[in-house]
Design a binder for this molecule. Structure first.
Ligand SMILES: NC(=O)c1ccc[n+]([C@@H]2O[C@H](COP(=O)([O-])OP(=O)(O)OC[C@H]3O[C@@H](n4cnc5c(N)ncnc54)[C@H](OP(=O)(O)O)[C@@H]3O)[C@@H](O)[C@H]2O)c1
Length: 343
């Protein structure tokens, strides 16, 4: 049987790397579309490059998502069955400073890709990485029927890309679906996202590289899952019999403070001595206070459900960061005990 061909933008990111692993295991031919950077940024996909690139099962291509021809040429050449659009300026806080670029990559690039699919290879299925940030100030629980009230350039860009996807589906008959994913993390999360900042900084504190973690508002509540679970949801959305939009979430929400407590508890350290909160630098002009997803539709129609809870996630992330600093959990606990005794 002919192998399915998948395109992934954002393959060097957290979700792109886990999704590529999943699809390669499912025997897809995967084409990863990456941007040119002055330093090669392939850390998260180095293992699959080693395992699959020589066999021709994984191919990487340089593409600029502001350049329609560079996208179209690849679509025409390889005629993918599925196109996962994960590339984005994905940091809400940074989007307040880079709004125009965020819209260009998160929204206009999605439009470019879908238009190219429509013109060149209409039977290709398209996945758009939509986000719970689109709900913004709409109170929880949020599901597919909840109105969008975005509070950041990032949220606005994702709402526009969501409607772009719906437009290509409804007006032009593309198999184009939105996955509305709530926050999901992993050891591969970028260092400037709050969960990873907490686990990574704790490892740095324990290894003597840092004294304190500086954060903004820690009462913010989010519905956090594990990226490994969520990429299964992403794949399932494109396997559904028709194109539709799905919320993917755990259904539980916790504050950032809850997450800090869980992480510090793993090593037995009192977080209050090591975390500084409400720092102006990290406060946002408009906050999304509480997100909690209702993923009943995905659980029922896609038979999707998460395996990881927040305790598992916190442990997975911290263990990875301890390892980066050459520490076992036992060793970390011993250092934590010593630090607790210090004034
Ligand atoms: N993680 C979440 O909680 C969450 C929730 C809902 C939706 N989403 C969305 O899901 C997608 C994947 O998220 P993620 O957590 O995997 O994000 P991520 O780790 O930040 O990865 C983003 C990817 O997009 C690429 N990218 C960024 N700007 C680009 C540009 N100008 N041109 C080309 N590529 C560019 C990055 O490339 P480089 O490696 O070169 O930077 C990276 O591969 C994103 O669209 C995100 O907005 C994420």
């Amino acid at each position: 049987m002919k192998k399915k061909i998948a395109f992934i933008t954002g393959i060097t990111g957290q979700d792109g790397s886990y999704l590529a692993e999943l699809l390669l295991k499912k025997k897809y031919k995967v084409h990863g579309l990456l941007r040119r950077t002055s330093v090669l940024n392939i850390e998260r996909i180095q293992d699959i490059i080693n395992q699959y690139e020589k066999k021709g099962q994984l191919n990487l291509h340089y593409v600029d998502l502001t350049d329609t021809a560079s996208i179209s040429n690849l679509i025409i050449k390889y005629r993918p069955d599925e196109f996962y659009n994960l590339a984005a300026m994905s940091h809400v806080g940074i989007s307040y400073f880079t709004g125009e670029a965020t819209l260009n990559i998160n929204t206009v690039a999605s439009y470019r890709i879908q238009e190219s699919i429509l013109r060149n290879h209409k039977r290709c299925k398209f996945y758009q990485a939509s986000s719970s940030e689109m709900f913004g100030s709409s109170p929880p629980p949020q599901n597919e029927m909840t109105p969008f009230n975005p509070q950041s350039p990032y949220g606005i860009s994702k709402v526009a890309a969501f409607h772009t996807t719906k437009y290509f589906r409804q007006a032009h008959g593309l198999f184009a679906s939105n996955g509305i994913l709530f926050n999901h993390e992993s050891p591969r999360r970028g260092l400037n996202f709050v969960t990873r900042k907490i686990t990574h900084s704790l490892a740095r504190i324990l290894s003597g590289h840092e004294k304190k973690i500086y954060l903004g508002n820690i009462s913010t509540r989010r519905d956090w899952g594990h990226s490994k679970d969520y990429v299964i949801g992403i794949w399932k959305i494109l396997q559904y019999k028709k194109p539709e939009d799905f919320v993917i979430s755990t259904g539980q929400n916790y504050s950032i403070e809850d997450f800090i407590k869980k992480v510090f508890k793993i090593v037995g350290l009192n977080w209050k001595k090591f975390v500084s909160t409400n720092n102006k630098k990290f406060m946002r002009p408009s906050e999304v206070r509480s997100l909690r997803g209702d993923s009943t539709k995905a659980r029922k129609l896609l038979k999707w459900k998460p395996k990881y809870n927040l305790d598992d996630l916190a442990k997975d992330m911290l263990m990875n960061d301890l390892k980066l600093y050459g520490m076992s959990l036992e060793h970390a606990k011993k250092i934590a005990k010593k630090l607790s005794k210090k004034k």
